[in-house]
Design a protein around this ligand. Structure first.
Ligand code: GRF
Length: 201
């Protein structure tokens, strides 16, 4: 399997991205973080990229009012860094059609539930954990899936369960799930790198 050259797309804190960068630095994951793209110039993800010395850029509809230009420019940047795997680490925007088609089967997203439960438009962050608690589920989890043109509908690559405790609040459950996301994203990328898990579209 070719060396993984990861391009990150992130909108907020970037803690999943940080976990992956950390695993690359220790050698646990044989991959290279090459570029961080964020639609939010004040995102933690950009701060983390600066601290880690990873190239980054801010790309949003404010800078590129034409979505086609944004898509084409994003694709050019990803290609210029020879990215062969795009990792969405809390990216809140849709990917443009050119980038989607060029990287078909090579774009991963992480979602804090056992998809198809609690996915789709408007289901992100605390809303997901609120819904899990409201439904009285005693298990939730993490899903890693390929990205397609809709929210959270792409082919599921890997899932892991996380228990919901009786005393859980949205906050405690969210923390437990996020902690598991960090480990699970790295574990899954290691399997992709080794060929144990194959990406397909
Ligand atoms: C995570 O919960 C992830 O599942 C979702 O967005 C959140 C991103 O968190 N897609 P972070 O930016 O990685 O801290």
């Amino acid at each position: 399997m070719e060396v993984l050259r990861i391009g990150f797309l992130a909108s907020h804190g970037g803690s999943n991205m940080q976990a992956i960068i950390g695993a690359c630095k220790t050698g646990e994951l044989d991959a290279k973080p090459t570029i961080v793209i964020s639609n939010n110039s004040k995102s933690g993800a950009i701060e983390r990229a600066q601290q880690e010395g990873i190239p980054y850029c801010h790309m949003s509809s404010v800078i590129y009012s034409d979505p086609k230009i944004l898509d084409e420019t994003m694709l050019e940047i990803l290609e210029s860094y020879k990215v062969n795997l795009i990792v969405l680490a809390g990216y809140m925007k849709k990917i443009g059609t050119k980038t989607l088609s060029r990287y078909k089967g090579r774009i991963l997203n992480i979602h804090p539930s056992l998809l198809p439960k609690y996915g789709g438009i408007g289901m992100y962050g605390d809303r997901v954990h609120e819904a899990v608690i409201r439904a009285n589920d005693n298990t939730t989890g993490v899903t890693i899936h390929l990205v397609d043109e809709n929210y959270d509908t792409g082919c599921i690559i890997a899932q892991t369960e996380v228990p919901v405790l009786k005393e859980d609040s949205v906050e405690t459950l969210g923390k437990r799930v996020l902690q598991r996301e960090h480990e699970f994203f790295v574990e899954t990328l290691i399997k992709i790198r080794s060929g144990e898990l194959e990406l397909y579209s």
